[in-house]
Design a binder for this molecule. Structure first.
Ligand SMILES: [Zn+2]
Length: 342
């Protein structure tokens, strides 16, 4: 996964990590020693060696539930107001704008139309604009932002996942992809030694943290939950279409683009959410912190080769093609990989 947007940069050195050359994965550990520890990701998942996920003692990567309930996805069926696509030089990251269309239409827009605009018109003709505006800011605007807008943004509209053998609720922070220069490779996780051409990471932080950055910084081994979905080459993927169509707007590293998105998040999940692998691991990008409960769904989604080409046309920070942006698999070091087939 990639947490470079939200996580604090704890290492102040000049090392610019990447997926090739001097900055490549084999050198990450020189600058990020955590990357050499024994709960690293990604891994090669050997299905025949997995252990059923069921009631076990509570610890990282295990369930303490009396049996495992199906995942519950909250607000995954809600359309976003819009989405922001960012090329951060390492991947294409999607930020889901959580405010729903209805909350903006019902609350924010009438407030702007009925209060803000008349007031601005009113004070524009007055000489003492500062005096007129200050009481408005103190008495109306600030309370409105604190009491209405912030709760709306922080509570109402954040997609969140719970159950599925997870001990807590986890809030969606962002999602992004890892892909190959050709379709024989691309995914970070391997299944029985085989790569998928592209892997999606839906990155969530535990709900008792305020942000992904706080969760990563804390370092708890259950602080972050990443849901990984593999794609195989096939039919054009409808959920990906608006994103792929917008990729030409973020060809260069460091660029962002906002688009309307009229679908919900369910198109990024397989139909069968009751079959998955589970293990305890790390972020797959520097600083490689061991904070992730990983879920890798067994059922792949499909996308077309043409859609995949759209990702390969992006550029990294050096202006080269952004591709093969996956970390090689890491040693299991005796960890158990659980599997669930509900
Ligand atoms: Zn990732």
């Amino acid at each position: 996964m990639d947490d470079s947007n939200s996580a604090p940069t704890e290492d102040a050195h000049e090392f610019h990590w990447s997926y090739k050359g001097e900055g490549g994965p084999e050198n990450w550990v020189l600058h990020f020693p955590i990357g050499g520890l024994d709960h690293q990701s990604p891994i090669d998942i050997i299905p025949g060696e997995c252990v059923p996920l069921e009631a076990t003692s509570s610890s990282c990567g295990r369930s303490n539930a009396d049996g495992v309930e199906s995942f519950k996805f909250l607000l995954y069926d809600e359309n976003p107001l819009n989405i922001e696509i960012e090329n951060n030089g390492h991947t294409a990251t999607i930020h889901w704008n959580n405010a729903t269309k209805s909350s903006v239409t019902d609350v924010v827009k009438p407030f702007v139309d009925k209060v803000v605009k008349p007031l601005v018109t009113h004070v524009a003709n007055k000489p003492c604009v500062t005096n007129a505006v200050k009481p408005f800011v103190d008495n109306v605007a600030k309370p409105f932002v604190n009491n209405v807008v912030k709760p709306l943004v922080t509570k109402v509209a954040k997609p969140c996942v719970t159950k599925g053998g997870l001990d807590s609720s986890y809030i969606l922070a962002q999602f992004h992809f890892h892909w190959g220069s050709d379709s024989s490779k691309g995914s970070e996780h391997l299944i029985d030694g085989k790569a998928a051409p592209i892997e999606l990471h839906l990155v969530h932080y535990r709900a008792d943290y305020g942000s992904l950055g706080e969760a990563v910084k804390d370092g708890d081994c259950l602080a972050v939950a990443v849901l990984a979905v593999m794609y195989k080459i096939g039919e054009k993927n409808a959920a990906l279409k608006p994103i792929v169509d917008a990729l030409p707007e973020v060809l260069d590293a460091g660029t962002k683009h906002v688009i309307d998105y009229t679908m919900d998040l369910s198109g990024f999940l397989p139909a069968n959410r009751d079959s998955f692998y589970r293990y305890s691991g790390s972020l797959t990008t520097p600083g490689c912190k061991e904070v992730v409960v990983w879920t890798i769904f067994k059922e792949p989604l499909e996308l077309s080769e043409e859609q995949l080409e759209g990702f390969r046309r992006l550029h990294d920070a050096e202006g080269d093609h952004l591709e093969d942006n996956f970390r090689p698999v890491q040693d299991l070091h005796g960890r158990t990989i659980y599997e669930y087939d509900g």
